[in-house]
Ligand binder design. Structure first.
Ligand code: NAD
Length: 420
């Protein structure tokens, strides 16, 4: 690997810019579209002093990136993780622009992050950090400006604290400032399952497009949090055998298949998927190259690389995580006939139900879970069909087709506003 490639692996923002440029050129768009979209419209870097339980004061660094507002207010999650970097947040905000556009949602892309280790913090410390982050970025938030949501190691409770803090700052109830909230604070029915539900619908539609059904297939899942564990449960309900899973602490492999609900209970009890009764532990790097029909990376970025792509034995890779496949790995998988359902399509169920949540908050009129799921399924099927059509027409992979679908929309908005 040369130095440039290593830097790109380590830098998801360079990957995102490269994907953008490829899509601009493939669509034959004016390079001005790339010029406008290659950097976020606004990036905020803040320091957040937090009183810790032992009485000491610690300062945390937080980021918020608004990639573009040309297609609507910025939308995207907030990540609490020790490895958060500004470039990661910028890349994730650009991917959010394309994810919203591929789903035809009236949002631009945003993303936030705080460098911290939430696992080593008390509930009180996390609450003070969450409120401090909102105070620091409140001037660039708002239901018509930037609407955050949960991401890695942030959940409905964190969203509840953040919504409360923002509402106090502006002096009125503002449920529409953030999505993924607890139901009682204006959260949407179906939001916590939405990313996984969307992933499973995308997997099912892609399989059908290729002439096969999920029933009887095998799946391997990396990451057993919100997206990974619920995808496992829903796939299992469709007759898919879950043969291996992992989390940050270890792996569980059982070729006979595992019960995802019992596995989640085991993880909750012991803190790890490791040691699940009947399973064996395999090295984490072997998990991705197991023979299976469906591989779901549902943890972090850059896990499918030029090194392991030649060894991947899945039929379908469904990207629940954002950016799990490096640009070098993509063509290797494509040439080997392995279909990748790209992140901006595969995990768009979460932002789609976030959109439904925001609409419900603005109208103060709430939908049943059945209505949410019906509308989500329809939106996912329609987005998949648009992407399949472009992929078949231009003979490109699904990622390139999804970028083309998204970019056509963003470029049209730029043109309609007179920016290019
Ligand atoms: P989460 O915090 O609920 O779960 C993350 C999981 O990944 C945990 O089980 C953790 O142990 C595991 N993990 C961390 N490092 C790992 C490693 N090195 N190897 C294996 N497992 C590891 O987060 P989530 O909400 O499920 O998000 C997972 C991914 O899905 C992220 O990339 C996120 O951006 C993406 N995503 C989530 C949503 C959503 O609505 N939750 C929406 C779109 C995209």
């Amino acid at each position: 690997m040369n130095v440039e490639t290593m830097v790109q692996h380590a830098n998801p923002f360079l990957n995102a810019q490269r994907q953008l440029l490829t899509a601009v050129d493939q669509l034959g768009l004016d390079r001005a579209v790339y010029e406008v979209l290659k950097e976020p419209e606004r990036v905020v870097v803040v320091s957040i002093p937090v009183r810790m339980d032992d009485g000491s004061l610690r300062t945390f660094i937080g980021y918020r990136s608004q990639h573009t507002l040309v297609t609507g207010p910025a939308k995207g999650g907030i990540r609490f993780h020790p490895d958060v970097t500004l470039d990661e947040v910028k890349a994730l905000s650009m991917w959010m622009t394309f994810k919203c556009a591929v789903m035809q949602l009236p949002f631009g892309g945003g993303k936030g992050g705080v460098v911290c280790n939430p696992k080593a913090m008390s509930r009180g410390e996390l609450e003070r950090l969450s409120r401090g982050y909102v105070r620091a970025i409140a001037s660039v938030l708002g239901p018509e400006l930037d609407i955050p949501a949960p991401d890695v190691y942030t959940d409905a409770q964190v969203m509840g604290w953040m919504m409360d803090e923002y509402s106090r700052i502006v002096g009125k109830d503002q449920p529409g400032v953030i999505t993924g909230k607890p139901l009682v604070l204006g959260g949407s029915a179906g939001r916590s399952e939405a990313t996984a539900f969307g992933c499973v619908v995308a997997a099912r539609e892609t399989a059908r497009h290729q002439g096969w059904e999920l029933e009887g297939a095998t799946a391997v899942i990396q990451g057993y949090g919100n997206a990974g564990s619920i995808s496992a449960r829903m796939l299992h309900e469709l007759g898919v055998r879950i043969i291996a899973v992992s989390d940050s602490t270890g792996t569980a492999y059982d070729p006979r298949g595992m019960d995802p609900v019992a596995l989640l209970a085991h993880k909750r009890r012991t803190g790890s998927v490791r040691g699940f009764p009947g399973s064996q532990e395999i090295p984490p790097e072997e998990l991705l190259t197991l023979k299976c029909d469906i591989l779901i990376p549902a943890a972090l970025e850059n896990v499918i690389t030029a090194q392991n792509a030649p060894k991947i034995q899945a039929r379908l890779v469904v990207e629940a995580a954002n950016g799990p496949t490096t640009p070098e790995a993509d063509p290797i998988l494509f040439k080997r006939g392995i279909t990748v359902v790209p992140d901006i399509l595969a995990n768009a169920g979460g932002v789609t139900v976030s959109y439904f949540e925001w609409v419900q908050n603005l109208n103060r009129w709430y939908w049943s879970e059945e209505k949410v799921n019906r509308r989500l399924e329809r939106a996912m099927v329609q987005a998949c069909q648009r992407v399949f059509r472009l992929a078949d027409h231009h003979r490109v992979n699904l990622r390139e087709a999804a970028y083309m679908a998204a970019l056509e929309r963003v470029a049209a908005a730029l043109k309609a506003r007179g920016w290019v």
